[in-house]
Design a protein around this ligand. Structure first.
Ligand code: 5AD
Ligand code: SF4
Length: 488
């Protein structure tokens, strides 16, 4: 028997890349590849890249510089390492990647991952392979499903892509160019995938898409279903106790989504709803297609049906032409909404986007200063939100053993990590926890007697595996809700 080939994959950027990386691993498993965490041990290295801001893009080239040394060293020992660049930089830069970094063997855009085995074979024969087309085929129909062991190893919470691409064309954003037009997967395929995940112990699903609430997939009745309808269907699947979705656009919040929040206890009351700016002048220059008041009204609609709902958002500071008064409008909006957390970014001009052509730019010093002021406000809101949990009893879905021996870590409805001392057999269960203190971004508490609500959620979740212990994430990564952001 041939020894297995080893694959090392590194993902940058949004959670859609995390999902795509898993599907690439699943597809290459069929070709005899197993995953390795050690790049020096790999036969194939895939960089799954992000193009959203300049910093993210440039990381790829510094990583490729390091990989050249790894590849040369392996070659000195008679071993060949193949290097593939996948993701949005691959899509945006194509052949330019090979020109700048000849160490690369394969360049593959996000819509072509199902062709990876053929592309690797082609590169072995001809030296290089590149595919950055937007094929008409639905790649999801061709990517291999994860094996049972892979699902179990990935833990009790999983991402499922339901929608990809974006038709909004915000003037600063590369997504419509790198991920292409909005496409939704059919309901039946998503249900099958979620069912399979649930069969192997997954009990929390986050539906993802660059503009997830624009979801309009074909339903089993032949009609087009909305995200709200899809959530209703998935909530009915045995074993699924928590549902989330990300990232949403304020313009696409329809009544079915609001109704889903009203009627589905499994749908977590935590919504990532990027607004980008509080200034109507800037929102219009960004082509956001909504005003700051439209955004406030959307928030009110959610709050009207679920008083305990919390929000996170994305902000861009220093968009071309942003004046102090525009920035003040952003601060005022944040102060009024009150976020549980948010991501804020300095504007980064992206080649090929309309905003990159605008001359009237904001100075680097001003951008830095605005970013600090905005982050201070957001941080104070996030701290207040976390502090408010102390002394309350909240439901926590337990995910894995923590770094400290004897501790198990889970998440509250608002994705706050919560630690308790308990036995690992609580992994996969939703249990009430009385929160006693806050350590940086983590809540510490102890198991409380069960509440009727947690009891009701508990029954189907008992199928969870006991042996899940993926690598610890840093508290900042866990709590900042925007580590899940992908678009919108
Ligand atoms: N510059 C800075 N931030 C950006 N984002 C998207 N494009 C840019 C850009 N050119 C941010 C937006 C989006 C998040 C995923 O990334 O806030 O919501
Ligand atoms: Fe689409 Fe979001 Fe990018 Fe706007 S910011 S173009 S809505 S992905």
């Amino acid at each position: 028997m041939k020894p297995p080939r080893k694959l090392h994959i590194k993902s940058y950027g949004c959670q859609m890349n995390v999902y795509d990386a898993q599907r690439m691993v699943d597809t290459l498993a069929g070709e005899g590849y197993i995953e390795t965490g050690d790049v020096n041990d790999a036969d194939l290295v895939i960089l799954n890249t992000c193009h959203i801001r300049e910093k993210a893009s440039e990381k790829v080239y510094s990583e490729l510089g390091r990989l050249r040394e790894v590849k040369d060293e392996a070659a000195r020992h008679g071993r060949r390492i193949s290097i593939a660049v996948a993701g949005c930089v691959a899509q945006a830069e194509g052949e330019e990647i090979i020109r700048r970094a000849p160490v690369v063997d394969v360049v593959v855009g996000p819509q072509s991952y199902h062709h990876l085995p053929q592309l690797l074979a082609h590169a072995r024969r001809h030296g290089r392979a590149l595919e950055t087309e937007f094929p008409v085929q639905d790649k999801f129909g061709f990517l291999a499903p994860p094996r049972a062991e892979a699902i179990r190893a990935r833990g009790i919470s999983a991402f499922v892509t339901v929608q990809e691409g974006c038709d909004k064309f915000c003037t600063f954003c590369v997504v419509p160019y790198t991920r292409g037009a909005e496409v939704s997967r059919p309901v039946a395929r998503i249900v099958d995938e979620v069912q399979r995940l649930a069969d192997h112990g997954v009990c929390e699903i986050t539906l993802i898409g660059q503009n997830v609430n624009a979801y309009h997939g074909e339903g089993p009745d032949g009609r087009i279903w909305t995200l709200g309808q899809l959530l209703h269907r998935l909530a009915a699947l045995p074993g699924i106790v928590r549902l989330r979705y990300s990232t949403s656009h304020p313009r696409d919040v329809d009544d079915s989504l609001i109704v889903a929040h009203r009627d589905l206890p499994a749908l977590m009351p935590f919504v990532h709803l990027p607004v980008q700016s509080g200034s109507d002048r800037i929102l219009s220059a960004m082509n956001r297609k909504h005003s700051s008041d439209d955004y406030r009204r959307v928030i009110d609609r959610f709050r009207a049906v679920r008083q305990d709902i919390a929000f996170s958002s994305d902000f861009i500071v220093g968009f071309p032409g942003e004046q102090e008064e525009d920035f003040q409008a952003t601060l005022a909006l944040v102060a009024q909404i009150g976020y549980a957390g948010a991501y804020s970014f300095k504007y980064s001009p992206r080649p090929g986007t309309p905003a990159a052509e605008i001359r009237e730019t904001v100075s680097a010093t001003e951008m830095d200063e605005r970013l600090v002021r905005l982050q201070q406000l957001i941080d104070s809101q996030q701290s207040a939100f976390n502090q408010a949990a102390i002394g309350t009893t909240v439901d926590v879905l337990f995910e894995r053993s923590a770094r400290n021996p004897g501790q198990i870590v889970g998440r509250t409805a608002y994705l706050q990590p919560a630690h308790v001392m308990a036995s690992p057999d609580i992994i996969g269960k939703v249990l009430p926890v009385t929160i006693q203190s806050l350590e940086r971004y983590s809540l510490l508490g102890q198991l409380a007697p069960p509440t009727p609500a947690s009891q009701a959620q508990l029954a189907p979740a008992d199928v969870a595996p006991a042996d899940v212990a993926p690598a610890d994430r840093t508290p900042a990564e866990i709590m900042t809700p925007a580590h899940i952001t992908t678009g919108a």
